[in-house]
Design a protein around this ligand. Structure first.
Ligand code: 5AD
Ligand code: SF4
Length: 475
């Protein structure tokens, strides 16, 4: 969701004539130090930096403040530099208060509900600066002008700061700059009403709002006309999609899938994320019936113990989840499954954790995002008394990762010898002459081939497997 928000921000700014310098954007793992180096020794030297934040776990928060601290150095060297911050973290009062108070070099603050206002906010900032510069220039001696300008630029006076609690309605028609020509994210809904007891998202993204089905369908049609073959429908819980069309008819998620499946030229439909409590039999049936709906589902389980699930407010039991998996595999025997799974929820006993491991063995996930529980201020679980000590969390986490990786490797090994349809994403960033792409089951495949087949769907024979990817031969 955040990644797609960044694509929208990028699309809106490109439309106004700003130019993206992707090489100036440090990868999340590169750390804050590189940011301060922007402009040094031949590195890209942007005029504006926008930080889109996540607040799902504490390490994202920490990293953000580390990065923000580093930006002061750029500002000192280059007073005109513009620092913009946005995303989920801005939807939390304690975070914006801290920024407003301790980071005067931040120029624009906006939240998840007013992304569409950002280009105007940026222009407002430039106007504020011009006004402040003029006022100062009129009142200041020429020799101290440079210093005065610097002061203005580091001050809060020119800052443009607007964050809303929730959105009244969905703003349609925003451009988005896609990373790939042949595939695209498509938001179908925003927000979440589930309030899982550990999760900050309902507070940062507001209540559920579904887009009108006609708007989604026409967006997908336009994307297909622009070369897109695969769409990933996005929502915090796509299963609770409820769109109302222009004839006042209610659509659920499965209705939408059937309608999209009829679009000529579209090859693949994926979606993220599905809450197990709302996964309907009709949607399971759609996997078998809609040839474009990929045989892959991300179905976050979170934990394997019904007791823990209850305290997480997930509203399904271990048994109900396993039943869903059984039904999915009955409908589509080689359905690939991935999950979000976590250790260290407050009160998690060794027995609870053993049930998580057992569930993983039973489902045999193709892949998993594994997490350590991270208390989020403002959520109920952060107040629970029986928090698990860090060393216990880490020890369980290591065991979980080991199990998940072993299962992933075993599942991938079963692909060796098969021929898969692979949608080619493009050249491999590390190995020259190599391409990579995804199978319908979302398996990453590396193989040798010409760059020109990027965006095409080709047959690849799988020759080797690893924990996280497959290797193959282009047929
Ligand atoms: N701590 C750890 N993981 C979390 N997630 C959500 N909230 C937390 C938290 N407080 C995980 C969930 C969710 C995924 C997107 O992030 O597993 O499915
Ligand atoms: Fe968070 Fe639960 Fe909503 Fe997912 S369904 S975003 S975990 S509250």
């Amino acid at each position: 969701m955040n990644e797609h928000d960044s694509e929208v921000i990028s699309g809106m700014l490109s439309q106004r004539g700003y130019m993206e310098m992707p090489e100036a954007a440090p990868q999340a793992h590169a750390g804050a130090d590189r940011i301060a180096d922007a402009g040094a020794d031949g590195m890209a030297d942007p005029d504006i930096m926008i930080i889109n934040t996540c607040s799902i776990r504490d390490n994202a928060d920490q990293r953000f403040f580390g990065t923000l601290g580093q930006l002061k150095k750029i500002k000192a060297r280059k007073p005109d530099f513009v620092v913009c911050v946005c995303g989920c973290m801005m939807q939390q009062e304690h975070i914006t208060t801290r920024i407003r108070r301790s980071y005067p070099w931040v120029d624009v603050i906006f939240g998840t509900h007013n992304i569409h206002e950002f280009p105007d906010m940026l222009e407002e900032l430039y106007e504020n600066r011009a006004k402040a510069d003029n006022a100062k220039a009129a009142a200041t001696q020429a020799d101290s002008y440079a210093r005065a300008k610097h002061e203005i630029r580091s001050s809060k006076d020119t800052r443009v700061d607007r964050v809303y609690d929730d959105a009244d309605e969905i703003v349609e028609g925003l451009p988005a700059k896609r990373l790939y020509r042949h595939k695209s994210f498509v938001n179908i809904m925003f927000g979440c009403n589930n309030f899982c007891s550990y999760c900050i998202v309902p507070y940062t993204r507001g209540r559920e709002k579904s887009r009108c089905p006609e708007d989604i369908i026409s967006e997908v049609r336009n994307l297909v006309a622009d070369g897109v073959k695969e769409v990933t429908l996005l929502g915090q819980n796509v299963n609770s999609y409820r769109g109302v069309d222009r004839e006042d008819r209610q659509w659920d998620f499965t209705d939408l899938i059937y309608a999209l499946n009829d679009i000529d030229g579209l090859e693949r439909i994926r979606f993220m994320t599905s809450h197990p409590k709302d996964l309907s039999d009709r949607l399971i049936e759609a996997f078998a019936k809609c040839e474009k709906l990929c045989n892959y589902i991300h179905l976050p389980v979170q934990a394997g113990s019904s007791e823990v699930l209850k305290r997480m407010n997930r509203r399904y039991t271990r048994e109900k989840y396993l039943e869903l998996v059984r039904k999915l595999r009955e409908a589509v025997p080689d359905m690939a499954l991935s999950t979000d799974i976590r250790v260290g929820f407050p009160g998690e006993t060794e027995e609870d954790f053993a049930q998580t491991l057992e569930l993983a063995e039973e489902v045999r996930y193709d892949s998993a995002f594994t997490f350590l529980y991270s208390p989020r201020p403002g959520t109920p679980a952060a107040e629970y008394e029986d928090q698990i000590p860090e060393h216990v969390k880490h020890e369980r986490f290591n065991r979980l990762v080991e199990t998940m990786n072993r299962i992933s490797a075993e599942k991938n090994a079963a692909y060796v010898g098969r021929v898969c349809r692979v949608l080619v994403d493009g050249p491999d960033k590390k190995a020259s002459g190599m391409l990579n792409g995804r199978t319908e089951e979302f398996k990453l495949v590396d193989f040798e081939g010409p760059e020109e087949i990027t965006g095409q769907t080709v047959d690849v024979e799988i020759t080797e497997s690893n924990t996280f990817s497959l290797r193959g031969k282009l047929l």
